[in-house]
Design a protein around this ligand. Structure first.
Ligand SMILES: [Zn+2]
Length: 111
């Protein structure tokens, strides 16, 4: 399922370029073009869904398994203390998880 007007579907389909940091069969992760911190990454399902609660269980499970995996990778790469997760979905209507490497000393961005 793809929405032809959706920018994240275009990224998932490689119709527009993105700085991809991780990809598997059902998900893709790429750097945010307006990063709130170094390594700020967006993880999306390749299938178009607007809301997290409307995703099939298998896909939301897979998305969270992958979020954990990519967060570990980002934590190591950016020597972060933890990785902040956020799901908002109002700006781009395609489910995306913000993964933001953080230090304990940071106050942390609004997401
Ligand atoms: Zn989409």
């Amino acid at each position: 399922m793809t929405d032809p007007n959706c920018i994240f579907c275009k990224i998932a389909n490689k119709e527009i370029p993105a700085n991809i940091v991780h990809e598997n069969e059902h998900t893709i992760a790429f750097l945010d073009i307006h990063p709130k911190a170094e390594g700020h990454t967006l993880l999306i399902p390749k299938e178009h869904h607007r809301w997290f609660i409307d995703m099939p269980d298998d896909l939301s499970d897979e998305l969270f398994r992958t979020a954990k995996q990519v967060s570990k990778m980002l934590k190591n790469e950016h020597k972060a203390d933890f990785v902040r997760l956020g799901i908002v979905g109002v700006d781009v209507p395609h489910v995306h998880i913000h993964l933001i490497p953080q230090k304990m000393a940071d106050n942390g961005p609004e997401i």
